[in-house]
Design a protein around this ligand. Structure first.
Ligand SMILES: [Zn+2]
Length: 142
């Protein structure tokens, strides 16, 4: 037995139906025995089920992808840890702080990191201030 989630194209209602096999489903549909439980329309179709979509990709491939993803994530996390340990967080004041370091040579030159818009970065670059954009993963907030 196989269970399909069916959808009626007329009234948009979804319902489950049992068939002996997928062939039986096709047969019933061809002979127009498949009707909507609600409005008796013949425009009844199988809905795509999520598991089918997932299974279209081989399991090993999916695992590899997530491993690769995890590796990249770890690299970024390590990078973030290094930055957090060695740089000062200035939040949204990044552009301001970057300028104040650049123009005030007396200020101790500990690196800073923070948020900046692309516009900010472009302006800083025009002023000869070197800023790098790095990928950043927000810490999960519990
Ligand atoms: Zn219907």
């Amino acid at each position: 037995m196989i269970k399909y989630k069916l959808i009626c194209k007329d009234c948009n209602i979804k319902f489950d139906s049992w068939f002996a096999s997928s062939n039986e489903y096709e047969k019933l549909k061809k002979r127009k025995f498949l009707t909507c439980h609600s409005c008796n329309s013949l425009k009844v179709e199988k809905t795509l089920m999520a598991p089918q979509l997932i299974n279209s990709k081989s399991k090993s491939e999916t695992k590899l992808d997530s491993l690769k993803h995890q590796k990249i994530k770890n690299t970024i996390k390590n990078y973030q840890k290094f930055i957090k340990d060695n740089f000062q967080y200035v939040g949204d004041n990044f552009a301001y702080e970057a300028r104040s370091i650049h123009y005030n040579s007396k200020k101790k030159s500990k690196g800073i990191y923070g948020k900046a818009s692309k516009q900010d970065l472009r302006e800083l670059k025009e002023e000869g201030i070197d800023a790098q954009m790095i990928p950043w993963i927000e810490d999960k907030k519990n």
